[in-house]
Write a protein that binds this ligand. Structure first.
Ligand code: FAD
Length: 318
């Protein structure tokens, strides 16, 4: 219930206006968001690189409601790509197509994505297309398949809570699409997604197996030497049981360390991130930055009741 409430809240404009004005909310969000500016993000990326981890930078933004907003988001991403080139960090970039206007005007979105892919190609930076709520799944995958024809330096995300995901993975296998597998962060109906967590976990393990088979079939490409291009398979979770399953599956399929990337979010389970690095695994941390932190923060609260309690106790202490 709590999860549903916070995900609903993430979409309510008046709640966004009220909550983003609270200094205490901004400070709480900083646990999950590196800061407001590209400079903040680059600083966080450098520290993570020094700790042996790769990074994916996320210029926060989603559900843009007008063309100017989509163009401004694209411009921010282009500037980030230029900055990454200048700093030689082991980092790539994650984007959301709704920030480029996918729900508004598909042609505009395609045109902006094309510009981003061209610049990313020049700068040698891989682009990951995040997955959003189920109303955008089909359009996001269609756009990814178009993007994959333009560039090899692009990957997408598959959510284990959706019934359709195995079929989507099989289609991605045909184009050797680079995939980040996550559980899924939105609130979906039982008509499209497994309602129970145990079923999502079971499907996650099943999809890990399918994804790792794709990696083996593709000749197990490793993480690139500059740390920017991930291997074909990325296992994105903080769930120790899912990670243990993926490790066992790597061993069973004879996949070496570095042929599967473990990905986690900035501010969550740093201890686990460090353990995996010590064990010799490739680890990438997803680092969001920017002023549009509200929906992202609400989704992080939704995932864990302890986060809400912590946030509320701070709120009422002030
Ligand atoms: C790198 C990365 C990229 C992602 N990209 C997408 C995407 O494109 N689309 C999408 O829908 N979702 C995305 N997600 C979010 C994902 O779908 C889940 O919502 C999120 O990862 C929580 O699920 P979990 O796999 O960690 O498992 P859970 O079972 O939810 O959590 C396992 C454990 O992780 C810790 N944990 C999890 N969440 C939190 C939190 N918010 N605060 C504190 N501790 C926490 C807790 O210790 C918890 O017990 C991404 C996640 C990662 C790691």
């Amino acid at each position: 219930m709590l999860r549903g409430f916070f995900i609903l809240l993430s979409k309510v404009p008046w709640a966004q206006r009220v909550i983003t004005r609270w200094g205490v909310a901004r400070r709480a969000a900083r646990r999950f968001v590196a800061g407001d500016t590209i400079a903040d993000a680059l600083q966080a990326a450098l520290a993570l690189n020094q700790a042996g981890m790769q990074v994916s930078l996320d210029p926060l933004g989603e559900n843009t409601t007008h063309a100017e907003g989509a163009e401004a988001a694209a411009q921010e991403i282009l500037t980030l790509l230029d900055s990454l080139h200048a700093h030689e960090l082991r980092a790539n970039v994650s984007i959301k197509l709704s920030q480029l206007g996918l729900a508004l005007d598909e042609n505009l979105c395609r045109q902006l994505l094309g510009k981003i892919l061209a610049r990313a190609g020049e700068r040698g930076v891989f682009i990951r297309i995040d997955m959003e709520d189920a109303s955008l799944t089909e359009r996001t995958l269609e756009m990814f398949h178009w993007a994959r024809q333009q560039s090899e330096g692009v990957g997408v995300v598959i959510q284990a809570y959706l019934y359709r995901s195995e079929a989507d993975l099989m289609r991605l296998r045909e184009v050797q699409g680079k995939v980040r597998l996550c559980k899924g962060a939105y609130r979906e109906g039982a008509d499209v997604a497994f309602p129970q967590k145990s079923a999502v976990n079971r499907n996650y393990d099943h999809l890990v197996k399918v994804l790792l088979e794709s990696a083996r079939a593709a000749g197990t490409p490793l993480l690139s030497a500059d740390g920017r291009t991930p291997p074909l398979a990325a296992v994105a979770t903080h769930d120790p049981a899912r990670i243990a399953f993926a490790e066992a599956e790597m061993a069973r399929q004879g996949l070496p360390k570095g042929s599967v990337e473990f990905q986690m979010l900035y501010g969550i389970r740093r201890d686990l991130q460090e353990t995996l690095v010590r064990q010799g695994h490739a680890v990438r941390v997803y680092v969001p930055y920017g002023t549009h932190w509200y929906p992202y923060f609400m989704r992080r609260l939704a995932e864990r009741p302890e986060n809400v309690r912590f946030f509320l106790s701070n709120l009422f202490r002030k």
